[in-house]
Design a protein around this ligand. Structure first.
Ligand code: DAH
Length: 334
C-alpha cells in the first residue's frame, strides 16, 4: 500500500504539461471528489496499524505536492499566454496620438503672448459666491446689470453660483495680493443661455488685470494693440465706448478682420468688424472692495472670449463644434 503511494508521488513530481486542459484534468484526477487522493484516504481504514503513521504522512505529502504542482503549472501557463509569448521582439501596435483641443491651443497662445510682457497666471474656482462674481465687482444685489449675464445658481441665500465670467478671479487676486500686480486668468465660465450656433452655456474666457501707480488708458490701448498684432497679425482696431460695472471708463474692442471667406461674413455679420474683448480702467470701487488704495493705484482690465478667437483663427462657423468632441473635427488640429 505504501508502494502505491510512492508511485503516485513519483508520478506527480515528474508531471509536466503546457496544455491547460491537461492540467485541469490532472487536478480532477487526483484532487477531485472521486479522485485518487480521496480513494486513498478511504482506504486508510484497511491499512495495517503498524503502517498507519507512515501512510498518513505520505498521503498528506501527496496531497500537498499535487496542489502545489497544479498551482505552479497553472501560473506558468498563464504567463506563457500566446499573445505575449509569440515574439517578444515584435514592435507593439502604434497608439494614435491625440491632439490638443483648439480651445487649449488658442488659450496657450494667448498665455504665451501675455506672459512675454510680464503677466502671471492665476485661477479661481468655477463654483463661486455672490461676492466674488458680482458684489465686489460693483454689481450689488438687484443691480440691473446682473441681467447681462444670466446665471446658473446652485444655491440661494447665501448665493452659490457657477461663475459667469473670469472677472471673479480679479477679486480673489486683488484681495490677497498688494499691487503692483499683472495677472492673466484663463478659465471656463457658465451662462444660462439658449444654445445656438453663436452661443453656448459653457465657454472660456481670459481675464487680464494690471494694477500699479499711474496706469492709464493709453497703457491699456498699447497692450491690446500688442496683443492683436501678435495674435492675428492685425492692428486695425476700434475702441467703442461701452459699459461694464467693474470698469470706468469701459470700452469694447473691435478688430477689422476683413471679408475674405464665407466664415468671415458669417462671424462678422457682413461688416468685416468683430468685437473681440471688453476692457476698461478698473473702477475705484472694485479696488476699495479689495482693500486697495484707489487714490494711489489705478489699473486696467480686459476680458476676452476664447471660442470667438478660435472661431476666427480656425474659421469655425459654429460654436457647438467645440463641445461635441467629434474626432473628425478634433483631428484637424494636429
Ligand atoms: N466680464 C466681462 C464679460 O464677461 C468681460 C470684461 C469686460 C472683463 C471688461 C473685463 C473688463 O475685465 O474690463 O462680459
Amino acid at each position: 500500500m505504501i508502494d502505491k503511494l510512492d508511485e503516485h508521488i513519483y508520478y506527480i513530481k515528474k508531471f509536466k504539461s503546457k496544455d491547460i486542459d491537461e492540467i485541469e484534468s490532472f487536478k480532477i484526477r487526483f484532487l477531485g471528489r472521486k479522485g485518487i487522493i480521496n480513494d486513498l484516504f478511504s482506504e486508510f481504514k484497511n491499512v495495517p496499524s503498524d503502517q498507519k503513521k507512515e501512510y498518513g504522512q505520505k498521503i498528506n505529502e501527496l496531497k500537498n505536492l499535487t496542489q502545489n504542482k497544479y498551482d505552479e503549472l497553472k501560473l506558468s501557463n498563464s504567463k506563457s499566454d500566446k499573445s505575449i509569448s509569440e515574439d517578444l521582439t515584435k514592435p507593439g501596435f502604434p497608439i494614435p496620438k491625440g491632439t490638443l483641443h483648439p480651445i487649449t491651443l488658442i488659450k496657450n497662445q494667448i498665455i504665451e503672448i501675455f506672459s512675454k510682457v510680464g503677466f502671471e497666471l492665476s485661477d479661481g474656482p468655477e463654483i463661486e459666491d455672490d461676492w466674488h462674481n458680482f458684489t465686489a465687482l460693483n454689481l450689488p444685489k438687484h443691480h440691473p446689470a446682473r441681467d447681462m449675464q444670466d446665471t446658473f445658481f446652485i444655491q440661494q441665500d447665501p448665493d452659490v453660483l457657477l461663475r459667469t465670467h473670469t472677472s471673479s478671479v480679479q477679486v480673489r487676486y486683488l484681495e490677497n495680493n498688494p499691487p503692483p500686480l499683472k495677472i492673466l486668468s484663463p478659465g471656463r465660465v457658465y451662462r444660462n443661455e439658449a444654445i445656438s450656433s453663436r452661443s453656448h452655456c459653457i465657454f472660456h474666457q481670459v481675464e487680464g488685470i494690471y494694477v500699479d501707480e499711474n496706469v492709464s488708458f493709453a497703457d491699456l490701448k498699447q497692450m491690446i494693440l500688442y496683443f492683436t498684432k501678435s495674435m492675428f497679425g492685425k492692428s486695425n482696431l476700434r475702441f467703442r465706448p461701452s459699459f461694464f460695472p467693474f470698469t470706468e471708463p469701459s470700452a469694447e474692442v473691435d478688430i477689422y478682420w476683413g471679408l475674405e471667406t464665407e466664415t468671415d461674413y458669417r462671424i462678422t455679420k457682413g461688416t468685416g468688424w468683430l468685437e473681440i474683448m471688453g476692457c476698461g480702467m478698473v473702477d475705484p470701487h472694485v479696488l476699495e472692495n479689495c482693500n486697495i488704495d484707489s487714490e494711489k493705484y489705478t489699473g486696467y482690465a480686459f476680458g476676452l472670449g476664447i471660442e470667438r478667437i478660435a472661431m476666427l483663427i480656425y474659421q469655425i462657423p459654429d460654436i457647438r463644434l467645440f463641445f461635441e468632441n467629434d474626432v473628425r473635427f478634433l483631428n484637424q488640429f494636429k
